[in-house]
Design a protein around this ligand. Structure first.
Ligand SMILES: *Cc1c(COP(=O)(O)O)cnc(C)c1O
Length: 407
């Protein structure tokens, strides 16, 4: 039965996923569905296929031709893991996708994503067989996770793919690099376990990252000496890709770069490699009101009206993932003009339009997008004294529209 639009909304837009309930199927949204979003009053995100594919290609160039293992954790930083995963599934520069939550790996498969998927986090034992069946690669990152994979190997009929996750100094996940490797030998002996890779994560200070790379390379030699060779080796998140050539190995693991943002403000590399922000965050004006001198806006009465002026309300706030610090200097684009954000609450924000009523209810506002530097993800971060990872934590409840390119 073809699911109705209502079912689709219920399953993927109102937050079934956000509650940790795995939808049994994710229907492909119809054009109708997109139409409804645009006719409706709720905020939405537009994603550009063209820019994701182009960015993946540029990242592979940055990495001297290494292939990309696209990190889509945290719902692809709020932009939609299923949507971004489906786009990158078509990129010849993307070798595979990496996620942190077991149920999200399954959600990508249910949507038809074909490329290899690496689960970099833990998994619920009761999902093991399903994950293996969906051809998800498991990470062994601790004694306990190894025991879980071994137990799964006993009951699973098909070969289980595994990557070895080492801690070379981030101190967060992975088997300590300095420990004896007898556990690897033990794993390698198991008939239906196939070890296909080895990975770790670099920290940002270059000196220490170089030390981590030495540790990682010596691990590779120790494993080779045991007769264990692995096709995949990866260690570099976005910042290391840009700053440390030796970290590229045969795969790189970008997150933020894929969406067209750099990990830090004003990185010199951004001049050399021009990534494009891949998305627009949009909302419609739902209220226009003329306020008088002395009036204030918001709970904290932070913004005080000095002269008679029109104030617009957008139905999006920090609970949707729009940074609350936007009221400290961010702007929003409506009909080609930028207007300052003066108040962000949980579900609404306000803009100063000015003495003239140049905006009307129903006009579409672009809060983030590549249109002008002031509202690009990086420009937004700069305007609010934030960092570039701030503005991409949008909630699952914001629907995503996948377009061939942004218009
Ligand atoms: C988040 C993450 C990445 C990607 O980080 P970016 O800074 O967004 O590129 C890569 N590897 C691991 C293990 C991560 O957790």
């Amino acid at each position: 039965m073809k699911p109705s639009r209502r079912t689709f909304l219920k399953k993927t837009s109102i937050g079934a996923i956000g509650l940790g309930i795995l939808p049994t199927s994710i229907p492909t949204p119809s054009l109708d569905f997109y139409d409804d979003i645009k006719k409706g009053i709720n905020p939405w995100i537009e994603l550009s296929k063209k820019d994701y594919l182009k960015n993946a290609e540029i990242i592979s160039k940055m990495a001297q031709g290494s292939s990309v293992l696209a990190v889509l954790k945290n719902n692809a930083y709020g932009l939609g893991d299923v949507e971004v995963g489906s786009i990158l599934d078509d990129s010849p520069h993307v070798d595979g996708l990496a996620l942190v939550k077991d149920v999200r790996c399954l959600a990508l498969r249910e949507k038809g994503v074909q490329k290899p998927i690496l689960l970099m986090g833990d998994f619920s034992a009761n999902l093991g067989v399903e994950l293996a069946k969906a051809n998800i690669t498991f990470s062994v990152f601790s004694k306990e996770s190894m025991a879980k994979v071994q137990a799964l190997a006993k009951v699973n009929r098909t070969k289980i793919k595994v990557q070895l996750y080492f801690d070379t100094g981030l101190g967060r996940m992975g088997m300590a690099y300095s420990k004896p490797l007898d556990w690897v030998t033990e794993l390698a002996k198991i008939e239906n376990i196939e070890i296909i890779g080895l990975f770790s994560t670099l920290t940002t200070p270059i000196d220490f990252a170089q030390e981590q790379l030495r540790r990682f390379n010596s691990l590779t030699s120790r494993l080779n000496a045991l007769g264990i060779e692995m096709p995949q080796k990866h260690i570099a998140p976005s910042q290391s890709i840009l700053e440390l050539e030796a970290s590229h190995l045969n795969l790189v693991r970008p997150g933020i770069l894929l969406h067209g943002s750099y990990p830090l403000q004003g990185m010199p590399q951004s001049k050399q490699f021009s990534l494009t922000p891949t998305f627009k965050l949009k909302a419609k004006v739902i209220r226009m009101e003329k306020l008088k001198p002395g009036d204030t806006i918001g709970f904290s009465r932070f913004y005080k009206v000095k002269q008679e002026e029109w104030i617009a309300t957008l139905p999006i706030g920090w609970a949707d993932g729009y940074a609350s610090s936007a009221e400290n200097g961010a702007k929003v684009l409506i009909n080609g003009t930028l207007y300052p954000v003066v108040n962000v609450n949980a579900s609404h924000c306000n803009l100063v339009i000015g003495r003239k009523k140049d905006v009307k209810v129903g006009d579409v506002a672009t809060l983030i997008g590549p249109d002008v530097p002031e509202i690009s993800p990086e420009g937004f971060g700069k305007a609010i004294n934030g960092h570039n990872y701030l503005q991409i934590n949008y909630k699952e409840s914001i629907p995503k529209i996948v377009l061939d390119e942004l218009v």
